[in-house]
Design a protein around this ligand. Structure first.
Ligand code: CA
Length: 231
């Protein structure tokens, strides 16, 4: 038994042969699966079936994989769902956009089902390691201590407001991942907060003023939101 056995994986792929093959290999490894052949159906399944991971083909009719990925990430209920994107070699630039939009990994076609299964397992292992909640996060000379509720940069205390602290914590928890303004707003300010997404921009700016190394480390991603660069 693998540690990931029993986990539910949604496969969104319009090529039936590939869909069946991937499904077969995953089930052989003890994963549960659900499937969709269009972007819309995939998105619906993400909401209804609550998969632990999504394998998402980039080239889908009507709503393509990038759009599906973007929508999964933009919805606070599904934003943390791990995604592996299937791309063709010729779509390398799309793959880069896919990763920017928050796909956790990608596999280029043609691929062997075995290698895809290996990537799935590797991603679950990575996520499980992440879930062992650390009590502190470090990023270069920056240390955020959750228990003490303090932040130090180069050994010096950085006084932050509660919201600035929450925002920084959220970014440090998700390096390399695009966090949309909506997700940040909901995570840090809460669902009942009636502010605008501009609030997030203002607080990011303040964080950067207080901690200069974040000027380089936090990048804004098109019209979506922010990302803490991976170290
Ligand atoms: Ca396809």
């Amino acid at each position: 038994m693998t540690p990931a056995a029993g986990k539910k994986i949604l496969i969104v792929e319009d090529e039936k042969d590939i869909l069946e093959l991937v499904k077969l290999y995953l089930e052989k490894e003890g994963f549960r699966t659900c499937t969709a052949t269009t972007g819309q159906e995939g998105l619906r399944q993400v909401h209804d079936a609550h998969p632990d991971l999504v394998i998402l083909d980039l080239m889908l009719a009507e709503m393509d994989g990038l759009e599906v990925c973007k929508r999964i990430r933009a919805d606070p209920h599904t934003s943390m769902t791990p995604i592996i994107m299937l791309t063709a070699k010729a779509e390398e630039s799309d793959m880069v956009i896919g990763l920017e939009l928050g796909a956790d990994d990608y596999v280029t076609k043609p691929f062997s089902p075995k290698s895809l299964v290996a990537r799935v397992k590797a991603l679950f292992r990575r996520l499980e390691r992440k879930q062992e909640e650390p009590s502190r996060y470090t990023y270069g000379p920056l240390v955020l201590d959750l228990a003490r509720h303090e932040v130090k940069a180069n050994g010096r205390d950085v006084p932050l407001t509660a919201k600035e602290f929450g925002l920084l914590e959220h970014l440090l928890r998700n390096p390399g991942r695009v966090m949309t303004r909506d997700v940040l707003l909901n995570s840090v300010w809460g669902y009942d907060y009636y502010g605008t997404t501009r609030t997030v921009d203002v607080h990011i700016r303040r964080l950067k003023q207080k901690i200069p190394l974040l000027n380089e480390a936090i990048v804004s991603v098109k019209s979506l939101g922010y990302k803490l660069k991976e170290q």
